[in-house]
Design a binder for this molecule. Structure first.
Ligand code: NI
Length: 245
């Protein structure tokens, strides 16, 4: 069930039996010469769609612009500052909690969002502490790419070619939903170098084609279909544990 495709009476009816919502959160940033700029936002959407096929859970609109300052030297990348993302997450949670939602499951597709999501959670807890009022809100961050089944499968499929940015896993997952979008580009070197993440100019200097440590050319739609199944199972397990408390 998608919030964007629902009416308010349908959401009111949903709230009568469930107070949980899945919020996909991603990023709009370069993913090397073969990965689409929407990769990090599309991945959690694809996983959320799979969750909705298996259980009646409300899927919120994707927060598709994240904390991606280090990609800004590549055209097409858009970033929120960490402090902006913290406020966006806080406003989303407070909007929905004012209507009775209590369980917020952030399904994340971008490592660069993790610190800001955790800071947003801390801000929300701090707000209820300073009001000295017990909050009914429950918050959970689930990174689809770190689920147990996903990690096992990507290790099996790609070994150390997984790398950390423009990974064959994330590109495969997108290709499972958009197979016609596969790019026929020769990547040189086949496996990109790794290194620290600082600012945008430094990132482009260290990682000139935008990849980090990844053999992105290993990505296929078939691998993506297996990863989707694994990611959906991981996310449903995590959601079940979260909601049952
Ligand atoms: Ni990514």
């Amino acid at each position: 069930m998608k919030l964007q495709l629902s009416t308010w009476p349908e959401v009111e009816e949903y709230l009568a039996h469930s107070r949980a919502i899945v919020i996909p959160i991603g990023s709009t940033e370069q993913h090397g010469p073969t990965g689409m700029i929407g990769t990090d936002a599309l991945c959690p959407e694809i996983v959320a769609d799979g969750m909705a096929e298996k259980t009646r859970i409300l899927i919120g609109p994707s927060l598709s612009i994240g904390m991606a300052q280090h990609h800004l030297a590549f055209p097409g990348s858009i970033s929120l500052k960490p402090s902006t993302l913290v406020r966006v997450i806080g406003d989303v949670v407070e909007s929905l909690s004012s209507q009775g939602f209590t369980h917020f499951f952030f399904l994340n597709g971008h490592g660069g969002n993790i610190a800001s999501v955790q800071a947003a959670f801390s801000e929300l807890w701090a707000a209820s502490s300073f009001r000295a009022q017990a909050s009914t809100v429950r918050l959970r961050l689930h990174n689809w790419f770190q689920g147990e089944r996903v990690v096992r499968l990507s290790r099996q499929l790609f070994g150390d070619g997984e790398g950390s940015h423009a990974t064959p896993s994330e590109i495969s997952l997108v290709l499972s939903a958009y197979p016609e979008a596969a790019r026929d580009v020769v990547l040189d070197p086949e496996q990109a170098s790794t290194g620290p993440i600082r600012d945008a100019a430094d990132f482009r200097r260290l990682h000139p084609d935008g990849r980090m440590g990844a053999r992105s050319g290993l990505a296929t739609a078939d691998h993506g279909r297996r990863l989707r199944e694994a990611a959906v199972a991981d996310a449903l397990d995590a959601l079940e544990k979260f909601v049952s408390g």
